[in-house]
Structure formats: C-alpha cells, structure tokens
Design a protein around this ligand. Structure first.
Ligand SMILES: [Zn+2]
Length: 229
C-alpha cells in the first residue's frame, strides 16, 4: 500500500538533479525553498512524507520532536578527505550544531591520539526537515522501488529523524578508507573506528542508535551515533 502517486515519484529524480545543479540541495534547505521548486503534485508527496508515522509500518522509531527551524549555530565542516580504491575523494560540506561539534572535536582528538593518521569523518549530521524529505524520497525511489515499509526502516520522516533534531543530532561517521561504502556499508562493523566508538563514544555522549537486532525495528546502522546531552 502506497499513499504516493507512482507517476509523481518518477518526476523527483530530475527535479532533485536540477536543484543540485543550482546548489540548492544542501542540508540547510528550507521547506519553503523546496516547495517553491516543486509542482503541486510533488508538494502533495512532500506533505505526505512529512506526515508518515513509522508505527504504521511496524517500526517503533521514537518521535524525535516537532520539526524545528534550521538552527543558527551550525558549524560548517569542509575539507574532509578519504581515499577509496586508491583515489582521493572529498566530502561535501556538512553541518553540525555547535554543541555537538564541540563534543565531536574532543572525541576525534582522543581517537586520533590513539590512531595517528586516522580520523572520525562526518559523513552526515544535521539535515533540515526539507533535506530529510529529499533523503527519504531518494531512498524510496532509488533504493526501495517505492516500498515505504522498507524505506522507513532505513530513513525516517523529519519528525522521527535524529538528523533533523538539532539538540540531539546524530552523526553518520566515515573513516579515511571510505567505509561505510555505498555497496557494503555493513563493513563498517569491522573497522578500527567502530571498535573504538563502541569502547569510548559514551565518554563523549555519543550513542549507537540502531545496533543489530535493535528493539525499534530499524535496520542496523553501526555508523550512526546520536549525541545525547
Ligand atoms: Zn544516520
């Protein structure tokens, strides 16, 4: 059962590509900016995504809180690099609420002191409600062929996402070897970074939200650690 129009879903990839080319598709995008770029049918789908409840699909993701405006104290993180298959790659700009960034810097310094040459890279952190809708739709359309029940175990609607809740924002970590990769993200379980996070992240108030077999029914995401003040 899908409340979404399949014909409208098919129109989103071209729209997102165009928004990306215009530099608008960033984690800071506002709902107003997104809606202004869409057709009436697409806006209907966006509204439907905003109202999805994971519980209706057998997923007990906790409610993350009312959708908040984009915070004003975000730290813009640039210049992050990793090497995958012998090629140097750089990450697009990431945005981290100031207090989460402070805790991250302390944690990464501790990690790097133990593991010279390595780093806990930020693959994703804060995402505005509009950007979270884009992330959700990308997974729904490209990853799960329109299957909401599968998508919602992986990407949450904004009200349930730990990436849109600035006070307790989650970080998706990456390592300097490019893990988690798109193809085999579960390989992150075997990294030095994951082992270290399991032992030490709690000292810096970062917690693994979705371990294997978690009680919420979410897909395991060993790279996703929520800051809990
Ligand atoms: Zn995440």
């Amino acid at each position: 059962m899908s409340p979404f129009s399949a014909a409208t879903l098919r129109t989103f990839p071209a729209t997102f590509e165009s928004l990306d080319e215009q530099g608008l598709l960033t984690p800071l995008m506002t709902v107003g900016e997104l809606r202004a770029a869409l057709t009436a049918d697409q806006r209907t789908v966006v509204d439907q995504v905003m109202e999805l409840r994971p519980g209706d699909y057998g997923v007990a993701t906790p409610y993350a809180g009312q959708v908040e405006p984009v915070p004003t104290d975000l730290v813009r993180v640039t210049g992050q690099e990793y090497a995958a298959k012998g090629r140097r790659m750089s990450l697009s700009a990431k945005y981290v609420p100031r207090h989460v960034h402070d805790a991250y810097i302390r944690m990464n310094d501790a990690f790097t002191a133990e593991q010279p040459g390595r780093m806990l890279l930020i693959g994703s952190c804060y995402r505005s409600p509009a950007y979270q809708v884009v992330v959700f739709l990308n997974w729904l359309i490209n990853g799960y062929h329109g299957d909401i029940a599968k998508t919602i175990r992986h990407a949450s609607p904004p009200n349930y996402s730990q990436h849109t809740n600035a006070s307790k924002a989650a970080i998706d970590f990456m390592n300097v070897d490019g893990s988690p990769s798109d193809g085999t993200p579960e390989d992150f379980l075997d990294t030095i970074e994951y082992t270290w996070l399991r032992q030490h992240a709690g000292d810096f108030r970062f917690y693994e939200s979705w371990p294997e077999g978690n009680e919420f029914g979410m897909r395991a995401e060993p790279w996703h650690w929520q800051y809990r003040p």
